[in-house]
Design a protein around this ligand. Structure first.
Ligand SMILES: *Cc1c(COP(=O)(O)O)cnc(C)c1O
Length: 400
């Protein structure tokens, strides 16, 4: 992540903000100055040497990077492969999300903004945003669906403890999509002094690219850690769960142009893709515009957004980021839909084979392992996006 041209070009955003046919910036007039300022300045700002210096210190001493790449011996025996876990669950605040919020808060300061707004689903992005706002002494407002506020209580309390204001989104399914709508509305009404920290590789250009660059440190570390442990820097597979797609994009980033590395995304199949209670966007989605970008999204014949469903609040989103839509459409990445039950069992299994309780979001990635016929010597990296403390009540109540 130290220079703008380190990464390959083929699956990266083009100069118009597109990934193949997906992406762009479909925004109201009122936000044009903000988005244009971001677009014209983000690369120059984030690759300035003093920005990188400040970022690297925070990533090391505050976030706790590099996160370990852990060889999961018992899981490897079980699935007959060489399975490594990228331990993003060990990041400060318990998930990968802070990689992005640390980057964006430094950017917001350089743009001269005083207030931060954010949306959150599981509450992880809200906590990661409230955390960096406390760190920098900035005001923080987090929009969160009323339904998610109920099922993610501990994260709501953490945000408040950190000094953030949590505003419930009461429209629609009262989940992440609705919280994002509310945050966008706030930004439109207060564009001057506010920076909106989007929590995934979604939204209008340049957000998907900017957020991907802040998470690219994940695959950068995987490469050097694998080289150290196995003598080769490219695995055979990289697996990650996909809500909006930020942890997956971070884990894929430096492998996008290495066609020998198979990239696998796990989406929330909910109760099953054909039950009407699902969030499996690549299976069910069609091209449309959601939250400022053209991407795949779940919608009715006449273009109404379909209410998504997943047992995990962080995957409960009707779209995916435009880069993932392109990875899917081009065939570069494959996507599996994982049911609630498969994810919950995979979460329990990981807890009991490796002593690691994953977030339910993350458990979706682990549920892909039994679906692939690995060869013993193949190297598989699973991006362990977050820890499961916030999900204990759901894990305990689930009828396995
Ligand atoms: C938010 C979250 C996700 C889903 O978001 P992505 O942008 O798809 O990464 C996955 N895992 C954890 C632990 C999360 O907190």
């Amino acid at each position: 992540m130290n220079s703008t041209n380190l990464s390959p070009a083929t699956y990266q955003v083009d100069e118009h903000g597109y990934y193949g046919q997906f992406g762009g910036a479909f925004i109201p007039e009122m936000l044009h100055p903000n988005i244009e300022e971001l677009r014209s300045r983000y690369l120059e700002i984030i690759y300035a040497p003093e920005f990188q210096e400040e970022l690297q210190v925070l990533l090391r001493d505050f976030v706790g990077r590099p996160t370990p790449l852990y060889f999961a011996r018992r899981l490897s025996e079980l699935y007959n492969a060489q399975i490594y876990l990228k331990r993003e669950d060990l990041c400060h605040t318990g998930a990968h999300k802070v990689n992005n919020t640390v980057g964006q808060i430094l950017l917001a300061r350089r743009l001269g903004k005083q207030k931060i707004i954010a949306e959150t689903g599981a509450g992880q992005h809200g906590v990661a945003t409230a955390t960096v706002c406390a760190l920098m002494g900035m005001e923080c407002i987090v929009y969160m669906g009323e339904h998610d506020i109920k099922r993610q209580r501990p994260n709501v309390e953490r945000m408040k403890m950190l000094g953030a204001t949590v505003v419930p989104a009461t429209s629609g399914s009262k989940t992440l999509k609705d919280a994002t709508n509310e945050a966008m509305r706030h930004w439109i009404n207060h564009p001057q002094e506010t920076h909106y920290i989007i929590g995934s590789v979604v939204g209008p250009h340049p957000y998907p690219d900017m957020v991907a660059r802040f998470h690219a440190v994940i695959s950068q570390e995987i490469k050097s850690q694998l080289r150290e442990k196995t003598g080769r820097e490219n695995p055979d597979y990289v697996l990650a769960c996909v809500g909006g797609g930020s942890n997956a994009m971070g884990a894929f980033y430096h492998f996008l142009d290495q066609s020998e590395v198979q990239l696998i995304g796990a989406e929330a199949g909910g109760m099953g893709v054909n039950t009407g209670k699902s969030a499996a966007t690549t299976q069910l989605g069609k091209a449309g515009i959601l939250h400022g970008s053209k991407t795949l999204l779940m919608q009715t014949e006449d273009g109404q957004v379909v209410e998504p469903y997943s047992i995990s609040a962080g995957l409960d989103y009707p779209g995916i980021g435009p880069a993932h839509a392109h990875l899917f459409a081009s065939g570069r990445a494959r996507f599996y839909d994982i049911t609630d039950e498969e994810a919950m069992r995979a979460g329990l299994l990981l807890s009991r084979t490796e002593g690691i309780i994953p977030a339910i979001e993350t458990a979706h990635a682990f549920a892909v392992l039994p679906k692939i016929d690995f060869k013993t010597e193949e190297v598989v990296v699973v991006n362990l996006s977050g820890r499961g403390d916030k999900d204990l009540d759901t894990y305990i109540a689930y009828p396995y």
